[in-house]
Design a protein around this ligand. Structure first.
Ligand code: ZN
Length: 204
């Protein structure tokens, strides 16, 4: 199984990193070995001095598909979860400046934090957009909702599946809203969709 992440999907976040507005979804991948689950502590790697949190809604793919149409895209996921795309921003900036792939800064061990459970998408029927946020040490640092995405869930599934076969169990991290910033040892991170807490772990 694989983890596919969308970059630059919230206008305010694109502006805070001074990136260009994309004309189509930007995606990259993390290996399955990058997953950190069950609220286990996250260890900042020794080689980064600027390790950023990116809270994101996560889709769990429920059937295999390639070249998926916009009309059927909703049939490919039933559950929405919450995750953090941890990013070594200092390393990413160095790689980007040289035009090199981002992998080292995005795909390292523990870089894909996944919440303790998923919510069925029917729970949001009529109450969309899906609201989510990240609190650090009791203070909200990032909040967003699916209505603020540049490319919605269907756009994302259509675009990825044009290039890569989606398989049951794959995870799609759908991009982060504004407010990304560094974590330091001792930080306590809590992530919510609506009032449901799905992430609750510490940094060391
Ligand atoms: Zn991200």
């Amino acid at each position: 199984m694989k983890i596919i992440c969308i970059g630059r999907n919230y206008v305010a976040h694109i502006l805070e990193l001074k990136n260009e507005m994309p004309s189509e979804p930007v995606f990259f991948m993390k290996p399955w070995s990058s997953l950190l689950r069950n609220n286990k502590p996250f260890s900042i790697p020794a080689w980064s001095k600027d390790l950023h949190h990116e809270i994101e809604l996560v889709l769990r793919i429920c059937r295999n598909g390639k070249n998926i149409s916009r009309e059927t895209a909703g049939e490919y996921f039933r559950e929405i979860g919450l995750g953090i795309d941890f990013t070594a921003r200092d390393v990413q900036n160095l790689l980007s400046a040289k035009g090199l792939p981002w992998e080292k800064s995005k795909a390292f061990d523990q870089s894909a934090v996944l919440g303790t459970s998923f919510l069925h998408k029917d729970e949001f029927r009529g109450t969309e957009p899906v609201e989510f946020r990240l609190d650090i040490n009791g203070r909200t640092v990032q909040q967003g909702n699916s209505g603020l995405m540049v490319f919605d869930f269907a756009d994302i599934i259509v675009h990825i599946s044009k290039y890569v076969t989606l398989k049951t169990g794959d995870l799609v991290y759908t991009g982060t809203p504004a407010g990304v910033g560094p974590v330091i040892p001792g930080d306590h991170l809590e992530g919510y969709i609506g009032k449901t807490r799905l992430l609750n772990f510490r940094v060391r």
